[in-house]
Design a protein around this ligand. Structure first.
Ligand SMILES: [Zn+2]
Length: 476
Protein backbone atom coordinates (compact mmCIF):
# COMPACT_ATOMS: atom_id res chain seq x y z
CA UNK A 1 0.00 0.00 0.00
CA UNK A 2 1.40 3.36 -1.03
CA UNK A 3 -0.09 5.43 1.71
CA UNK A 4 2.69 7.75 2.64
CA UNK A 5 4.15 8.76 -0.67
CA UNK A 6 4.15 12.48 -1.33
CA UNK A 7 1.90 12.47 -4.37
CA UNK A 8 -0.52 15.00 -3.14
CA UNK A 9 -0.25 17.52 -5.94
CA UNK A 10 -2.99 16.07 -8.09
CA UNK A 11 -5.08 15.66 -5.01
CA UNK A 12 -4.67 19.31 -4.16
CA UNK A 13 -6.06 20.25 -7.56
CA UNK A 14 -8.94 17.96 -7.00
CA UNK A 15 -9.69 19.59 -3.69
CA UNK A 16 -9.63 22.99 -5.39
CA UNK A 17 -7.11 24.48 -3.06
CA UNK A 18 -4.64 27.19 -3.99
CA UNK A 19 -1.66 25.39 -5.45
CA UNK A 20 1.51 26.13 -3.54
CA UNK A 21 4.67 26.92 -5.45
CA UNK A 22 6.67 24.00 -4.21
CA UNK A 23 6.96 21.28 -1.65
CA UNK A 24 3.95 19.49 -0.17
CA UNK A 25 0.76 21.46 -0.40
CA UNK A 26 -0.96 22.23 2.84
CA UNK A 27 -4.30 20.52 2.70
CA UNK A 28 -5.84 21.94 5.81
CA UNK A 29 -7.65 25.10 6.68
CA UNK A 30 -6.33 27.25 9.48
CA UNK A 31 -9.28 26.83 11.82
CA UNK A 32 -9.34 23.08 12.10
CA UNK A 33 -5.70 22.20 11.65
CA UNK A 34 -4.79 19.57 9.15
CA UNK A 35 -7.95 18.12 7.69
CA UNK A 36 -10.84 20.44 7.03
CA UNK A 37 -14.48 19.39 7.41
CA UNK A 38 -14.90 19.84 3.67
CA UNK A 39 -12.12 17.38 2.99
CA UNK A 40 -13.55 14.96 5.51
CA UNK A 41 -16.86 15.16 3.73
CA UNK A 42 -15.40 14.38 0.32
CA UNK A 43 -13.04 11.69 1.55
CA UNK A 44 -15.80 10.04 3.54
CA UNK A 45 -18.07 9.76 0.53
CA UNK A 46 -15.35 8.43 -1.74
CA UNK A 47 -14.48 5.89 0.87
CA UNK A 48 -18.12 4.89 1.35
CA UNK A 49 -18.43 3.94 -2.32
CA UNK A 50 -15.39 1.73 -1.86
CA UNK A 51 -16.92 0.13 1.20
CA UNK A 52 -20.25 -0.45 -0.58
CA UNK A 53 -18.41 -2.43 -3.22
CA UNK A 54 -16.86 -4.64 -0.56
CA UNK A 55 -19.61 -5.53 1.86
CA UNK A 56 -23.13 -6.86 1.60
CA UNK A 57 -25.84 -4.50 2.67
CA UNK A 58 -29.44 -4.97 3.74
CA UNK A 59 -31.95 -3.60 1.27
CA UNK A 60 -35.16 -3.92 3.32
CA UNK A 61 -36.63 -0.39 3.10
CA UNK A 62 -38.38 -0.60 6.46
CA UNK A 63 -35.15 -1.52 8.25
CA UNK A 64 -33.17 1.16 6.40
CA UNK A 65 -35.79 3.78 7.17
CA UNK A 66 -35.83 2.88 10.85
CA UNK A 67 -32.06 3.18 11.16
CA UNK A 68 -31.93 6.47 9.29
CA UNK A 69 -34.79 8.12 11.14
CA UNK A 70 -33.54 7.05 14.58
CA UNK A 71 -30.07 8.44 13.82
CA UNK A 72 -31.46 11.75 12.54
CA UNK A 73 -33.61 12.03 15.65
CA UNK A 74 -30.68 11.32 17.95
CA UNK A 75 -28.52 13.78 16.03
CA UNK A 76 -30.95 16.58 16.86
CA UNK A 77 -29.87 16.51 20.50
CA UNK A 78 -26.22 15.76 19.69
CA UNK A 79 -23.36 18.15 19.13
CA UNK A 80 -22.97 17.10 15.51
CA UNK A 81 -23.17 20.27 13.45
CA UNK A 82 -22.97 18.88 9.93
CA UNK A 83 -25.90 16.49 9.65
CA UNK A 84 -25.47 15.51 6.02
CA UNK A 85 -25.25 11.86 6.90
CA UNK A 86 -24.77 8.85 4.71
CA UNK A 87 -25.79 5.47 6.06
CA UNK A 88 -24.79 1.93 5.38
CA UNK A 89 -26.68 -0.96 6.92
CA UNK A 90 -24.56 -4.05 6.64
CA UNK A 91 -25.77 -7.59 6.24
CA UNK A 92 -23.91 -9.07 9.18
CA UNK A 93 -25.26 -10.58 12.40
CA UNK A 94 -22.13 -9.51 14.27
CA UNK A 95 -22.32 -6.64 16.69
CA UNK A 96 -20.71 -3.60 15.12
CA UNK A 97 -21.23 0.06 14.38
CA UNK A 98 -18.89 2.78 13.24
CA UNK A 99 -18.73 6.42 12.32
CA UNK A 100 -16.36 7.63 9.64
CA UNK A 101 -15.30 11.14 8.70
CA UNK A 102 -17.75 13.17 6.69
CA UNK A 103 -20.89 11.93 8.45
CA UNK A 104 -20.78 8.28 7.41
CA UNK A 105 -22.55 6.03 9.87
CA UNK A 106 -22.49 2.31 9.42
CA UNK A 107 -24.22 -0.30 11.47
CA UNK A 108 -24.46 -4.04 11.23
CA UNK A 109 -27.93 -5.53 11.29
CA UNK A 110 -26.50 -7.52 14.20
CA UNK A 111 -26.71 -4.44 16.40
CA UNK A 112 -30.43 -5.18 16.70
CA UNK A 113 -29.72 -8.72 17.80
CA UNK A 114 -27.40 -7.57 20.60
CA UNK A 115 -29.11 -4.41 21.83
CA UNK A 116 -32.04 -5.62 23.88
CA UNK A 117 -33.84 -2.29 24.15
CA UNK A 118 -34.20 0.86 22.11
CA UNK A 119 -32.17 2.74 24.72
CA UNK A 120 -29.29 0.25 24.34
CA UNK A 121 -29.43 0.58 20.57
CA UNK A 122 -29.48 4.37 20.95
CA UNK A 123 -26.51 4.27 23.29
CA UNK A 124 -24.33 2.69 20.59
CA UNK A 125 -25.52 5.27 18.05
CA UNK A 126 -25.00 8.14 20.50
CA UNK A 127 -21.43 6.94 21.08
CA UNK A 128 -20.78 6.89 17.32
CA UNK A 129 -22.36 10.32 16.81
CA UNK A 130 -20.04 11.61 19.51
CA UNK A 131 -17.00 10.39 17.52
CA UNK A 132 -18.31 12.57 14.69
CA UNK A 133 -19.13 15.65 16.77
CA UNK A 134 -15.75 15.52 18.52
CA UNK A 135 -14.05 15.01 15.15
CA UNK A 136 -11.91 12.25 16.53
CA UNK A 137 -10.52 11.26 13.16
CA UNK A 138 -9.19 14.67 12.24
CA UNK A 139 -7.98 15.34 15.76
CA UNK A 140 -6.33 11.94 15.94
CA UNK A 141 -4.37 12.76 12.84
CA UNK A 142 -3.31 16.12 14.19
CA UNK A 143 -1.87 14.50 17.25
CA UNK A 144 0.38 12.43 15.03
CA UNK A 145 2.96 14.12 12.87
CA UNK A 146 1.52 16.22 10.12
CA UNK A 147 0.85 13.25 7.90
CA UNK A 148 -2.29 14.83 6.54
CA UNK A 149 -4.79 13.15 4.27
CA UNK A 150 -3.00 9.88 3.59
CA UNK A 151 -3.16 9.20 7.29
CA UNK A 152 -6.88 9.73 7.18
CA UNK A 153 -7.02 7.20 4.39
CA UNK A 154 -5.12 4.73 6.53
CA UNK A 155 -7.59 5.28 9.31
CA UNK A 156 -10.46 4.65 7.01
CA UNK A 157 -8.97 1.41 5.82
CA UNK A 158 -8.91 0.34 9.42
CA UNK A 159 -12.57 1.16 9.68
CA UNK A 160 -13.31 -0.83 6.53
CA UNK A 161 -11.60 -3.79 8.09
CA UNK A 162 -13.55 -3.38 11.28
CA UNK A 163 -16.79 -2.91 9.41
CA UNK A 164 -16.37 -5.99 7.33
CA UNK A 165 -15.26 -8.20 10.16
CA UNK A 166 -12.03 -10.09 10.24
CA UNK A 167 -13.24 -13.14 8.33
CA UNK A 168 -14.03 -11.46 5.03
CA UNK A 169 -11.56 -12.48 2.37
CA UNK A 170 -12.47 -9.61 0.05
CA UNK A 171 -11.56 -7.13 2.69
CA UNK A 172 -8.26 -8.66 3.59
CA UNK A 173 -6.76 -7.29 0.42
CA UNK A 174 -7.23 -3.70 1.44
CA UNK A 175 -6.41 -4.10 5.08
CA UNK A 176 -2.98 -3.45 6.44
CA UNK A 177 -1.53 -3.85 9.85
CA UNK A 178 -0.35 -0.28 9.52
CA UNK A 179 -3.88 0.96 9.08
CA UNK A 180 -5.06 -1.11 11.99
CA UNK A 181 -2.26 0.18 14.16
CA UNK A 182 -3.14 3.78 13.42
CA UNK A 183 -6.74 3.05 14.03
CA UNK A 184 -6.08 1.75 17.49
CA UNK A 185 -3.70 4.61 18.24
CA UNK A 186 -5.91 7.44 17.15
CA UNK A 187 -9.58 7.04 16.45
CA UNK A 188 -10.06 4.46 19.12
CA UNK A 189 -7.66 5.77 21.72
CA UNK A 190 -8.73 5.41 25.28
CA UNK A 191 -9.38 9.13 25.71
CA UNK A 192 -11.45 9.28 22.56
CA UNK A 193 -13.53 6.32 23.65
CA UNK A 194 -14.10 7.83 27.03
CA UNK A 195 -15.04 11.15 25.51
CA UNK A 196 -17.43 9.45 23.08
CA UNK A 197 -19.04 7.62 26.02
CA UNK A 198 -19.45 10.82 28.02
CA UNK A 199 -20.74 12.94 25.16
CA UNK A 200 -22.97 10.05 24.11
CA UNK A 201 -24.43 9.70 27.62
CA UNK A 202 -25.38 13.37 27.66
CA UNK A 203 -27.00 13.02 24.28
CA UNK A 204 -28.97 9.98 25.41
CA UNK A 205 -30.34 11.92 28.33
CA UNK A 206 -31.19 14.96 26.22
CA UNK A 207 -32.97 12.69 23.74
CA UNK A 208 -35.15 11.39 26.57
CA UNK A 209 -33.55 7.97 26.99
CA UNK A 210 -32.43 6.42 30.22
CA UNK A 211 -28.62 6.70 29.98
CA UNK A 212 -28.26 3.68 32.28
CA UNK A 213 -28.82 1.64 29.13
CA UNK A 214 -25.22 2.27 28.08
CA UNK A 215 -23.47 0.72 31.12
CA UNK A 216 -26.16 -1.97 31.24
CA UNK A 217 -25.34 -3.04 27.70
CA UNK A 218 -21.58 -2.87 28.34
CA UNK A 219 -21.93 -5.01 31.47
CA UNK A 220 -24.00 -7.61 29.68
CA UNK A 221 -21.58 -7.80 26.75
CA UNK A 222 -18.66 -8.32 29.11
CA UNK A 223 -20.52 -11.15 30.79
CA UNK A 224 -21.48 -12.69 27.45
CA UNK A 225 -18.01 -12.58 25.91
CA UNK A 226 -15.86 -13.03 28.99
CA UNK A 227 -14.64 -16.45 27.92
CA UNK A 228 -15.00 -15.99 24.20
CA UNK A 229 -11.91 -16.44 22.05
CA UNK A 230 -13.27 -14.22 19.32
CA UNK A 231 -15.35 -11.36 20.65
CA UNK A 232 -17.32 -9.25 18.18
CA UNK A 233 -15.40 -6.59 16.27
CA UNK A 234 -17.10 -3.81 18.18
CA UNK A 235 -15.50 -5.01 21.39
CA UNK A 236 -12.07 -5.21 19.75
CA UNK A 237 -12.24 -1.59 18.64
CA UNK A 238 -14.11 -0.59 21.78
CA UNK A 239 -12.46 -2.55 24.59
CA UNK A 240 -14.72 -2.62 27.60
CA UNK A 241 -12.33 -2.06 30.45
CA UNK A 242 -13.50 -2.06 34.03
CA UNK A 243 -12.74 1.63 34.37
CA UNK A 244 -14.70 2.45 31.24
CA UNK A 245 -17.74 0.59 32.50
CA UNK A 246 -17.43 2.10 35.96
CA UNK A 247 -17.14 5.58 34.48
CA UNK A 248 -20.28 5.24 32.37
CA UNK A 249 -22.11 3.61 35.28
CA UNK A 250 -21.22 6.46 37.66
CA UNK A 251 -22.23 9.14 35.21
CA UNK A 252 -25.43 7.42 34.09
CA UNK A 253 -26.56 6.84 37.67
CA UNK A 254 -26.55 10.58 38.29
CA UNK A 255 -29.24 11.12 35.68
CA UNK A 256 -32.82 11.44 36.91
CA UNK A 257 -34.89 8.30 36.57
CA UNK A 258 -37.77 8.00 34.15
CA UNK A 259 -35.98 8.09 30.81
CA UNK A 260 -37.27 5.99 27.95
CA UNK A 261 -35.97 2.44 27.91
CA UNK A 262 -37.73 0.57 25.18
CA UNK A 263 -40.46 0.82 22.58
CA UNK A 264 -42.75 -1.57 20.80
CA UNK A 265 -41.49 -0.24 17.49
CA UNK A 266 -37.87 -1.05 18.28
CA UNK A 267 -38.87 -4.58 19.23
CA UNK A 268 -40.88 -5.03 16.04
CA UNK A 269 -37.92 -3.90 13.95
CA UNK A 270 -35.64 -6.26 15.90
CA UNK A 271 -38.02 -9.15 15.23
CA UNK A 272 -37.93 -8.31 11.53
CA UNK A 273 -34.14 -8.14 11.65
CA UNK A 274 -33.96 -11.52 13.36
CA UNK A 275 -35.60 -13.11 10.33
CA UNK A 276 -32.84 -11.69 8.10
CA UNK A 277 -30.23 -13.71 9.91
CA UNK A 278 -31.80 -17.08 10.59
CA UNK A 279 -29.52 -19.95 9.65
CA UNK A 280 -32.20 -22.59 9.44
CA UNK A 281 -35.38 -21.59 7.59
CA UNK A 282 -38.37 -21.76 9.88
CA UNK A 283 -36.41 -21.80 13.10
CA UNK A 284 -37.13 -18.22 14.09
CA UNK A 285 -40.78 -18.69 13.11
CA UNK A 286 -40.95 -21.60 15.56
CA UNK A 287 -39.51 -19.38 18.28
CA UNK A 288 -42.14 -16.73 17.62
CA UNK A 289 -44.84 -19.40 17.54
CA UNK A 290 -43.74 -20.77 20.89
CA UNK A 291 -43.69 -17.30 22.44
CA UNK A 292 -47.15 -16.61 21.10
CA UNK A 293 -48.51 -19.89 22.50
CA UNK A 294 -47.15 -18.92 25.91
CA UNK A 295 -48.62 -15.45 25.66
CA UNK A 296 -51.18 -14.65 22.95
CA UNK A 297 -50.77 -10.95 23.77
CA UNK A 298 -47.09 -10.96 22.73
CA UNK A 299 -47.44 -8.50 19.83
CA UNK A 300 -43.79 -8.69 18.86
CA UNK A 301 -43.90 -12.47 18.49
CA UNK A 302 -47.15 -12.13 16.55
CA UNK A 303 -45.62 -9.66 14.14
CA UNK A 304 -42.47 -11.76 13.71
CA UNK A 305 -44.57 -14.84 13.02
CA UNK A 306 -46.65 -12.91 10.46
CA UNK A 307 -43.54 -11.85 8.53
CA UNK A 308 -42.16 -15.40 8.67
CA UNK A 309 -45.43 -16.76 7.31
CA UNK A 310 -45.53 -14.21 4.48
CA UNK A 311 -41.98 -15.15 3.56
CA UNK A 312 -42.92 -18.81 3.56
CA UNK A 313 -45.90 -18.11 1.28
CA UNK A 314 -48.45 -19.09 3.95
CA UNK A 315 -50.67 -16.16 3.10
CA UNK A 316 -53.96 -17.21 4.67
CA UNK A 317 -52.32 -18.17 7.96
CA UNK A 318 -50.39 -14.90 7.93
CA UNK A 319 -53.63 -12.99 7.41
CA UNK A 320 -55.20 -14.44 10.53
CA UNK A 321 -51.99 -14.06 12.55
CA UNK A 322 -51.81 -10.37 11.66
CA UNK A 323 -55.50 -9.51 12.08
CA UNK A 324 -55.49 -8.96 15.88
CA UNK A 325 -52.57 -6.53 15.56
CA UNK A 326 -54.36 -4.35 13.01
CA UNK A 327 -57.55 -4.50 15.06
CA UNK A 328 -55.64 -3.27 18.08
CA UNK A 329 -53.56 -0.57 16.36
CA UNK A 330 -55.16 0.24 12.99
CA UNK A 331 -52.85 3.22 12.44
CA UNK A 332 -49.53 1.46 13.05
CA UNK A 333 -47.43 1.85 9.92
CA UNK A 334 -45.47 -1.37 10.46
CA UNK A 335 -48.64 -3.48 10.65
CA UNK A 336 -50.17 -1.73 7.66
CA UNK A 337 -47.05 -2.40 5.60
CA UNK A 338 -47.21 -6.07 6.57
CA UNK A 339 -50.84 -6.23 5.45
CA UNK A 340 -50.01 -4.48 2.18
CA UNK A 341 -47.13 -6.85 1.49
CA UNK A 342 -49.45 -9.73 2.19
CA UNK A 343 -52.11 -8.35 -0.16
CA UNK A 344 -49.62 -7.80 -2.97
CA UNK A 345 -48.03 -11.24 -2.60
CA UNK A 346 -51.39 -13.01 -2.37
CA UNK A 347 -52.85 -11.24 -5.41
CA UNK A 348 -55.19 -8.76 -3.84
CA UNK A 349 -53.90 -5.64 -5.62
CA UNK A 350 -57.12 -3.69 -5.10
CA UNK A 351 -56.90 -3.93 -1.32
CA UNK A 352 -53.19 -3.18 -1.38
CA UNK A 353 -53.80 -0.15 -3.56
CA UNK A 354 -56.47 1.30 -1.27
CA UNK A 355 -54.33 0.89 1.82
CA UNK A 356 -51.28 2.37 0.09
CA UNK A 357 -53.27 5.39 -1.00
CA UNK A 358 -54.07 6.13 2.63
CA UNK A 359 -50.49 5.45 3.74
CA UNK A 360 -49.05 7.72 1.06
CA UNK A 361 -51.28 10.55 2.25
CA UNK A 362 -50.03 10.09 5.79
CA UNK A 363 -46.38 9.40 4.93
CA UNK A 364 -45.74 10.86 1.47
CA UNK A 365 -41.93 10.58 1.65
CA UNK A 366 -41.62 7.33 3.60
CA UNK A 367 -39.17 5.02 1.86
CA UNK A 368 -40.94 1.74 2.78
CA UNK A 369 -44.33 3.11 1.72
CA UNK A 370 -42.99 4.44 -1.57
CA UNK A 371 -41.14 1.21 -2.28
CA UNK A 372 -44.26 -0.83 -1.59
CA UNK A 373 -46.17 1.40 -4.02
CA UNK A 374 -43.50 0.83 -6.69
CA UNK A 375 -43.72 -2.92 -6.13
CA UNK A 376 -47.50 -2.81 -6.51
CA UNK A 377 -47.43 -0.64 -9.64
CA UNK A 378 -44.87 -2.95 -11.25
CA UNK A 379 -46.98 -5.96 -10.41
CA UNK A 380 -49.97 -4.24 -12.00
CA UNK A 381 -47.91 -3.45 -15.08
CA UNK A 382 -48.32 0.29 -14.60
CA UNK A 383 -44.81 1.16 -15.78
CA UNK A 384 -45.48 4.83 -16.28
CA UNK A 385 -46.66 5.47 -12.73
CA UNK A 386 -43.90 3.28 -11.27
CA UNK A 387 -41.37 5.20 -13.31
CA UNK A 388 -42.68 8.59 -12.12
CA UNK A 389 -42.49 7.50 -8.51
CA UNK A 390 -39.00 6.02 -8.85
CA UNK A 391 -37.70 9.19 -10.50
CA UNK A 392 -39.18 11.11 -7.61
CA UNK A 393 -37.53 8.77 -5.09
CA UNK A 394 -34.13 8.99 -6.71
CA UNK A 395 -34.24 12.76 -6.62
CA UNK A 396 -34.82 12.51 -2.86
CA UNK A 397 -32.19 9.79 -2.35
CA UNK A 398 -29.62 10.48 -5.01
CA UNK A 399 -26.89 8.53 -3.17
CA UNK A 400 -28.87 5.32 -2.73
CA UNK A 401 -27.48 2.71 -5.14
CA UNK A 402 -30.52 0.48 -4.67
CA UNK A 403 -32.87 3.14 -6.02
CA UNK A 404 -30.58 3.91 -8.98
CA UNK A 405 -30.57 0.22 -9.81
CA UNK A 406 -34.35 0.18 -10.03
CA UNK A 407 -34.38 3.43 -11.99
CA UNK A 408 -32.05 1.85 -14.57
CA UNK A 409 -34.38 -1.14 -14.86
CA UNK A 410 -37.52 0.88 -15.35
CA UNK A 411 -35.93 3.30 -17.79
CA UNK A 412 -35.01 0.24 -19.82
CA UNK A 413 -38.58 -0.99 -19.77
CA UNK A 414 -39.94 2.40 -20.79
CA UNK A 415 -37.47 2.74 -23.65
CA UNK A 416 -35.31 5.55 -22.26
CA UNK A 417 -31.93 4.14 -23.27
CA UNK A 418 -29.79 7.19 -22.61
CA UNK A 419 -31.40 7.30 -19.19
CA UNK A 420 -30.55 3.65 -18.57
CA UNK A 421 -26.85 4.33 -19.15
CA UNK A 422 -26.90 7.38 -16.91
CA UNK A 423 -28.67 5.55 -14.09
CA UNK A 424 -26.28 2.63 -14.38
CA UNK A 425 -23.35 5.04 -14.22
CA UNK A 426 -24.67 6.48 -10.96
CA UNK A 427 -25.23 3.02 -9.56
CA UNK A 428 -21.74 1.83 -10.48
CA UNK A 429 -20.09 4.95 -9.08
CA UNK A 430 -21.93 4.55 -5.78
CA UNK A 431 -20.64 1.00 -5.36
CA UNK A 432 -17.08 1.94 -6.29
CA UNK A 433 -17.10 0.48 -9.84
CA UNK A 434 -15.86 3.63 -11.55
CA UNK A 435 -14.57 2.06 -14.78
CA UNK A 436 -18.02 0.62 -15.42
CA UNK A 437 -19.54 4.00 -14.64
CA UNK A 438 -17.28 5.73 -17.19
CA UNK A 439 -18.24 3.23 -19.84
CA UNK A 440 -21.95 3.76 -19.21
CA UNK A 441 -21.54 7.52 -19.47
CA UNK A 442 -19.69 7.00 -22.73
CA UNK A 443 -22.60 4.95 -24.11
CA UNK A 444 -25.00 7.65 -22.93
CA UNK A 445 -22.98 10.35 -24.62
CA UNK A 446 -22.97 8.49 -27.93
CA UNK A 447 -26.75 8.37 -27.84
CA UNK A 448 -27.29 11.92 -26.69
CA UNK A 449 -28.93 14.18 -29.23
CA UNK A 450 -28.51 17.66 -27.78
CA UNK A 451 -25.44 19.72 -27.09
CA UNK A 452 -26.71 20.50 -23.59
CA UNK A 453 -27.16 16.87 -22.70
CA UNK A 454 -23.70 16.04 -24.00
CA UNK A 455 -22.17 18.80 -21.93
CA UNK A 456 -23.99 17.61 -18.83
CA UNK A 457 -22.73 14.05 -19.37
CA UNK A 458 -19.18 15.34 -19.87
CA UNK A 459 -19.35 17.30 -16.65
CA UNK A 460 -20.58 14.28 -14.72
CA UNK A 461 -17.85 12.13 -16.25
CA UNK A 462 -15.24 14.63 -15.12
CA UNK A 463 -16.61 14.63 -11.56
CA UNK A 464 -16.54 10.87 -11.34
CA UNK A 465 -13.04 10.72 -12.83
CA UNK A 466 -11.88 13.08 -10.10
CA UNK A 467 -13.48 10.93 -7.43
CA UNK A 468 -11.79 7.87 -8.86
CA UNK A 469 -8.42 9.63 -8.94
CA UNK A 470 -8.78 10.60 -5.30
CA UNK A 471 -9.53 7.02 -4.33
CA UNK A 472 -6.57 5.72 -6.34
CA UNK A 473 -4.26 8.26 -4.75
CA UNK A 474 -5.35 7.55 -1.25
CA UNK A 475 -6.28 3.95 -1.06
CA UNK A 476 -4.14 2.06 -3.53
ZN1 LIG B 1 -15.90 4.34 19.83
Amino acid sequence: MKLFRPTLLSLACLLVLPAPASDLPSLGDSSSGVVSPGQEHMLGRAWLSMLRGQVQTLSDPLLKDYVESTIYRLAETSQVEDRRFEFILMNSPELNAFAAPGGIIGINGGLFLHAETEAEYASVLAHELAHLSQRHFARGIEEQQRMQLPMMAALLLGVVAAAAGAGDAGMAAITSSQAAAYQSQTAFSRQNEQEADRVGLLNLERAGYDPRAMPAMFERLVREYRFDQKPPEFLLTHPLTESRIADTRNRADQAPAGGKENSLRYQLISARMKLQFENTPGLVAKEFQARLSDNPKDDVARYGLTIAQIKAGQFETARSTLAPLLAKAPGELIYNLAQTELDIDSNHPGQASERLKRLLQLYPTSLPVQQMQVDLLLKQGNLEAASRLLEDMVSQRSTDPGIWYQVAEIRGQTGNLTGVYQARAEYFALVGRYEDAFQQLDYAKRRSTSFQEGARLDARLKELQNEKRMIDELFN
